[in-house]
Design a protein around this ligand. Structure first.
Ligand code: PMP
Length: 361
């Protein structure tokens, strides 16, 4: 007899829940999970390999539990006068966010975000036994400082997620919203800047708001701008006391010696690693312009992807693209689809495939 999930003594609050499940299909043009589709440049790859080879010689020992060198490298990359005692890192920013929730959410507590937003926030929240609360955005997916503060003040969550720019909509968030939300709550305010490097260069980071705000935390990832999704490295900046809270919940030695070596070596080449960002932004803007010309309704994006409306049958368009070897994302917003900006060739393949589909039939 086949055992079903329901037959197991699973936690009641996890029954009926669905796991994260973006399709991983081996299609020639995969633009569905906002990866950087450019490979790591050759000269950086060589350096990373050397660093991993060196670390491998001591892999019989546990790694530096405090990943001191890596934290120093992140502080250097982020600037803003940050020092390593204000930095944390883990296996992807998903794990970074999980650490925050383990320390500040959990049973009897709540976390809050403005819907639609990154689909892992509710999953991570519920994973710690906390409850997920949803706020609202305007029709164009923006949220004003006044409305954000009002909603957070009313919901009184223990943790607030502000995704800046927002996934899956690409929507910009300005610093006044973050300041207003911080002032409206006694809880933790997480600004998820996973896509910050794709925003206009003169847009200030929420890192500028950290001084004097010990409940504010800014998370980042190497998965997007750094083309390092497979290495699984995310990080954050916050008050040193906040970092102490995360030490209470992390697993000992959670960042492997090989991960630490690879990430530190990659950060030593930040300029080269980030060189593709401007190209990706050019492709993103080309996607928006072409979508508009095709009669779709793309939203303003400060990230490496574009959400577009005006799709009569998203499931059907998604399937037609799939048949043409192009994988994008149906994120469940009626009449909308999302596509990540790829290389120039991948982007052309997507736009040509889409143009060949009659979305109305
Ligand atoms: N935050 C946002 C807004 C994201 O879109 C993603 C990945 N799609 C993550 C965090 C997690 O990224 P990672 O775990 O690869 O760092």
């Amino acid at each position: 007899m086949t055992v079903r999930l329901d037959d197991l003594p699973l936690r009641d609050d996890l029954r009926g829940r669905k796991p994260y499940g973006a399709p991983q299909a081996p299609l020639p043009v995969a633009l569905n999970v906002n990866e950087n589709t450019h490979p790591v440049p050759e000269e950086v790859a060589d350096d990373i390999l050397d660093a991993i080879a060196l670390a491998l010689r001591e892999v019989n020992r546990y790694p530096d539990r405090e990943f001191t060198g890596l934290r120093e490298a992140f502080a250097g990359y982020l600037g803003h006068g940050l020092t390593r005692d204000q930095i944390w890192a883990a296996n992807g920013s998903n794990e970074v966010l999980q650490h925050i929730l383990q320390a500040f959410a959990g049973p009897g507590r709540t976390a809050f975000g403005f819907s639609p937003t990154y689909s892992m926030y509710p999953l991570l929240t519920r994973g710690t036994g906390a409850e997920w609360r949803e706020g609202e955005r305007e029709a164009d997916f923006s949220v004003s400082a006044v409305s954000a503060a009002e909603q957070v003040g009313e919901a009184r969550p223990d943790v607030v997620f502000l995704c800046s720019p927002n996934n899956p909509t690409g929507t910009p968030m300005t610093l006044d919203v973050i300041e207003a939300v911080y002032d409206a709550t006694d809880g933790i305010v997480i600004v998820d800047e996973a896509y910050h490097e794709f925003a206009p260069h003169d847009v200030p980071s929420a890192l500028t708001l950290l001084p004097g705000r010990e409940r504010l935390v800014v998370s980042r990832t190497m998965s997007k701008a750094f083309a390092f999704a497979g290495a699984r490295v995310g990080y954050l900046a916050a008050d040193p006391a906040f970092i102490d809270a995360l030490r209470l919940v992390r697993l000992p030695y959670h960042l492997s010696a090989l991960t630490q070596a690879a990430a530190t070596a990659a950060l030593g080449h930040a300029d080269t690693m980030l060189a593709m960002v401007d190209d990706i932004v050019v492709q993103r803007d080309r996607i928006s312009a072409t979508l508009e010309a095709l009669g779709y309704e793309p939203y303003e994006s400060w990230s490496n992807f574009v959400l577009f409306g005006g799709v009569d049958e998203p499931a059907r368009v998604w399937e037609r693209l799939y048949e043409r070897g192009v994988l994008i994302r149906d994120i469940g917003i009626p009449h909308h689809l999302r596509v990540s900006a790829g290389t120039e060739e991948e982007t052309t393949a997507f736009l040509d495939a889409l143009a060949s589909i009659d979305s109305a039939s």
